[in-house]
Design a protein around this ligand. Structure first.
Ligand code: ACM
Length: 767
């Protein structure tokens, strides 16, 4: 990872012990529906018993959940016993609130969770744990007296996990489920099938996983990574056995989470068609699984034998997953192969179906009948509306919210899951060390501010909105650790939207509760991304020194900094406007919410080089195309560069670069495989023609049509799969002007990318 400025991290999570303050809202995420402070304090100690009604296994499970969380986060080992309420105890009891709802009463002499529902008792346990961890620390803790009455706003509180693009192991999925449960999320939509992989063992069709679960990653680096066992390129992938799925489903159920499996059709079917070519619509059928992203053209055909296959698959799926809903995808099925396939066309004629869109409607309806006959309900992405589908089908709205509005007005139930706001595959910060993902930043507040109830629905239509879901598409999450980081803390913002009453939502209040939540992740050893909360800098020359802008934790915290080398504190200088700093200085900076640090501190070196260096993430795209924060495909093992690149128009702008005194330029470049299935759109990607066989990087001043001020041949970089630093002369006018970077090349393959630019003063690299 390279940064424009050297940023060193120093762990500084303080353990902040203070007396509980009942006037402060309960530090619970998602915020409870009603929270009424009372007089008094409950002393939780290692001797506090947790009491459950005799013979109530579910109450005992909730109590054990609390005991386990307290042991892991505070080192407090409490015993769970059957019995009746007594002073000084935590009590789980049955009572009026039903289902997921619960009451929680904290007074000086007892702490009581009441619910008629097992889920309610479980969520009550989670809330008690959150009250006990409002302040980080080990051992006993005082909990301010209060009465909480809580119930969810929505029945569907979901996260979608894409196991198809990159596979996550069973342990990871269980940990993910644990974290969902602590956020009172109750639906795991498990995307088990896509073009790049089939992840579910199907006994009747073993090739789905023998063949369809494995692929060679895209690009020459992976192609050259030979597995000595097979003497072929190493494959990546995996699948879940049916025993593992049963284990995960039971694990989720014990945490009040329903798993809704997704089996994609009729599109996103490349992997199963490679496994069983007779299922496809195109000749020749694809012969290898693929590491490409995007929208593949391969569709299932509409033969009865293919429906037989899908029915067999769904029979096994239904046997494994007890969920009311089965998701069948339905999205992004480009109809070209149906249009050009004579058998498909003949079938349309025979069925008097006038269009391929209507054929998809017929396809999905036929599958819906299969599911209904098995006592299940179909859910699909909003494209299922296009060809007409029975009102009993539920629509997951992803192309904005229009799908949900149309669906609800037609009488369908719907779940709001719109891109880009609830697409957690978007990066959550513009920082150069942010994780790979879609380029448009979707920050914590963006997720928080989303309200899933479309204003266009009248009260009668609103009951069709089952709830809300955020999606973790994993094209750019190569490791499962990254899935966790992309999910958290944004899933906490989603959880509040999904659970808390609309009138309880308040960003400032949520941000006040965030440090406690981050402390809980920390205490349980659960990864959460802090890049968006960490301070970073962009510096520019200013006279003989520099002007340094500090960024990070926007709308969450306040940046504090020091110039004397000391660690920042909540009382350090507050950053308001860019800082004038001499070359050779170091700025230590950290974001705080009130007196609590939000992330580790950053150390920022200000020198002649850092003030003229920009990472690709600091550069501006020339147009709004398909901007991605892409990870290099090389090296196969070890750290890889990340490039912010507009795949449709690879072009970068260094804004207000001053060439005064600058005589050389250094550009770190990388080459990426063009592994995007974008159909004919590829013809819209234009390059200037190269002057030399390997092409060159051209730098223009003023605009992308301006005068060329530097030309760096790519020849030295062609042999390296990873980063190469190109250096050359630059000669242009002094004074702040934009510099535009583009590559000359003959075709999209390979895709050249700028990693980092440094302007060098006086021809010397005077670091
Ligand atoms: C989707 O993002 N294609 C549902």
């Amino acid at each position: 990872m390279r940064l424009p400025l050297m940023i060193a991290m120093a762990a500084s999570f303080a353990s902040l012990a203070s007396a509980p303050n009942a006037a402060v809202p309960a530090q619970i995420i998602p915020a409870p529906a009603v929270d009424t402070p009372r007089e008094g304090v409950f002393h939780l100690t290692v001797r506090t018993p947790i009491i459950v009604p005799p013979g109530d296994a579910e109450a005992r499970a909730a109590a054990h959940q609390l005991a386990d969380l307290l042991a892991r986060s505070r080192g407090l080992k409490l015993s769970v016993r059957e019995g009746v309420a007594r002073p000084g105890a935590i009590m789980f009891q049955r009572g009026a609130p039903q289902g997921e709802a619960y009451d929680l009463e904290v007074s000086g002499d007892r702490l009581v969770v009441t619910s008629g529902g097992s889920a309610g008792l479980f969520y009550g346990a989670v809330s008690v744990w959150q009250l006990a961890t409002e302040v980080a620390g080990r051992g006993g803790v005082d909990i301010a007296a209060r009465r909480i009455e809580d119930a969810p706003r929505f029945a569907w509180r979901g996260l979608m996990l894409d196991g198809a693009r990159h596979f996550q192991d069973v342990e990871f999925v269980k940990g993910f489920i644990d974290r969902m449960a602590l956020a009172k999320l109750n639906t795991l939509h498990w995307h088990l099938v896509d073009d790049q992989g089939w992840r579910l063992e199907i006994k009747k069709y073993p090739r789905l996983t023998e063949v369809g679960a494995w692929r060679v990653p895209a690009g020459p680096a992976a192609a050259a990574d030979i597995d000595p066992k097979t003497e072929k390129p190493r494959v990546t992938g995996g699948f879940y056995t049916q025993d593992q799925v049963r284990e995960v489903v039971a694990y989720a159920a014990a945490r009040h989470i329903t798993i809704v499996p997704e089996i994609e059709m009729p599109g996103h079917a490349h992997a199963p068609i490679v496994a069983y070519p007779e299922l496809g619509s195109a000749t020749p059928a694809p012969t290898a699984t693929s590491g490409d992203w995007g929208v593949f053209p391969y569709l299932y055909n509409v033969d009865d034998k293919t429906f037989g296959f899908l029915e067999d698959v769904l029979t096994e799926v239904v046997d494994l997953f007890p969920s009311r809903y089965i998701h069948v995808g339905g999205d992004e099925a480009v109809k070209d192969q149906w249009k050009s396939n004579p058998a498909v066309q003949a079938r349309m004629k025979e069925l008097h179906i006038a269009s391929e869109a209507a054929l998809q409607g017929w396809f999905i309806s036929r599958i819906e009948q299969v599911l209904n006959a098995k006592g299940r309900r179909l859910i699909g992405w909003d494209e299922i509306l296009e060809g007409g589908v029975a009102p009993s089908a539920t629509v997951m709205s992803w192309r904005g919210i229009d799908g949900a509005i149309v669906a609800a007005k037609l009488g369908h139930d719907t779940v709001l899951s719109p891109a880009p706001t609830l697409y957690l595959n978007h990066r959550q910060t513009a920082a150069p060390d942010g994780l790979p993902g879609r380029g448009q930043v979707i920050g914590l507040k963006d997720v928080y501010d989303y309200d899933p109830m479309p204003a266009a629905l009248n009260p009668d239509e609103r009951h069709h909105v089952l709830g809300v879901q955020a999606n973790l598409w994993t094209e750019h999450m190569r490791t499962q650790e990254r899935v966790a980081l992309m999910a958290f803390p944004r899933a906490a913002a989603l959880a509040e939207t999904a659970w808390s009453p609309a009138e309880r939502k308040d960003w400032k209040d949520f941000a006040d509760r965030l440090p406690a939540e981050l402390g809980r992740y920390h205490a349980l050893g659960q990864p959460a991304d802090e890049t968006a909360l960490r301070v970073r800098a962009i510096a520019s020359p200013d006279g003989a020194g520099a002007r340094v802008s500090l960024l990070g934790a926007e709308e969450v915290g306040e940046i504090r900094y020091t110039l004397d080398g000391s660690a920042p504190k909540a009382s350090s200088l507050s950053y308001q406007t860019p800082i004038a700093a001499p070359l050779g200085s170091r700025i230590h900076a950290q974001a705080f919410r009130d007196d609590q640090p939000l992330a580790t501190a950053s150390e920022i070196a200000v020198d002649a080089r850092s003030i003229r260096t920009r990472a690709s993430q600091d550069l501006k795209s020339c147009k709004d195309g398909l901007v991605l924060n892409l990870e290099d495909d090389a090296p196969v093992r070890g750290d890889r560069a990340r490039f912010l690149i507009d795949v449709m128009n690879p072009c970068w702008i260094y804004q207000d670069a001053d060439l005064a005194g600058v005589s050389a330029i250094e550009v770190a470049v990388g080459q990426l495989p063009f592994n995007f299935q974008i159909g004919k759109d590829v013809e819209n990607i234009k390059f200037r023609p190269p002057a030399t066989p390997d092409g060159e990087l051209e730098v223009r001043q003023g605009s992308c049509e301006g005068a060329v001020v530097a030309t760096l041949p790519l020849a030295p970089a062609t042999k390296s799969q990873a980063i190469t630093v190109l250096k050359g002369r630059i000669a242009g006018a002094a004074g702040p002007q934009n510099l535009c970077f583009t590559f000359t090349q003959k075709s999209v393959e390979p895709m050249w990318a700028v990693d980092r630019v440094t302007l060098i003063v006086g021809g010397r690299d005077d670091r």
